[in-house]
Design a binder for this molecule. Sequence first.
Ligand SMILES: [Zn+2]
Length: 335
Amino acid sequence: MKAAVFDGNKIELKEVQTPEINDDQVLIKVKAVGICGTDLAIVSGSLQTPIPIILGHEFAGQIINVGKNIDNYWKGKRVTSEINSNVDFNCYYCNKKQYTQCISRKAIGIDIDGAIAEYIAVDSYLIHKIPDNLTFNEATFIEPLAAAYQTFEMMKLVEDDKITVIFGLGKLGLLLVQVALEYGLTVVAIDGSEKKLSLAKEFGAARLINRMKEKNIVNEIKDYTNGIGADIVIDTSGNPRVIADLISSCKTRGKLHIKSTHGIAVPINLTELVVREITLYTSRCGPFQKAIEGLKIGNIKVKSMISNIFPLKEVNLAFASYNKDHDNIKTVIEV
Ligand SMILES: [Zn+2]
């Protein structure tokens, strides 16, 4: 099969062995793969993976073969897959049903081969059916949307949580805007791209701040919150230079949620967190069924977030689309 193989320096379309499935796996003909910030971090060298590796973990496709232990019902089904593979169902975290933190976990497209390829073999417990009203391209948003839901599941909102700041309106930020609204929050959305800000407004963000034009973000947020600060501040930017502003924008006893991975050690003023009793949250992968439901009933809209579509053979152009265009929200590779 053809696959986009990253060798530590570059991505190359290569002919490789089609993966074989074991008795508990399914073979998926990949139809669409989204490029994620994690993929870009791997290619830029800030996130280390085994090499060579086939990248890609936000994907959808059709099951064309199933292992001996899997019901034939699944053959032909349109599916997406969770990324936390090799779960042992036996460790401390598995016994607490926290499978995404299993100590044996290997992430598809990060620790083991991923989906920017014609086929991928996947553990059957990772598979979820795609609703009929979703295209394969739209279904590539299920994985990041699940992560967006996880942001709020981890924080356990209380009645006082009313205003949330979302800093960074890439794919994850714009999904977070929509999930926050579903939770009944008022959203302040911050980015440097007018295009992304206008999409956040379309989704229902109440206050937009263009960080390229508004030099003092903290003042803007304080003004909007009667001098108190936001109840919740979420960072998706991965930009270490904004952390101080994010803390200052958060109310005393508020919630600060770091959603992005920085890939480097980031200086952070813990004293301000301590003195003002701000709780620091983090989160990673989330509930797929909740994400699928949000898309199925139409609460979450993703079509307008697809900025570019490339065929597999143009995988390098697909990756380059992020460098060329700061308005780029999500590039999808069709296989
Ligand atoms: Zn485990």
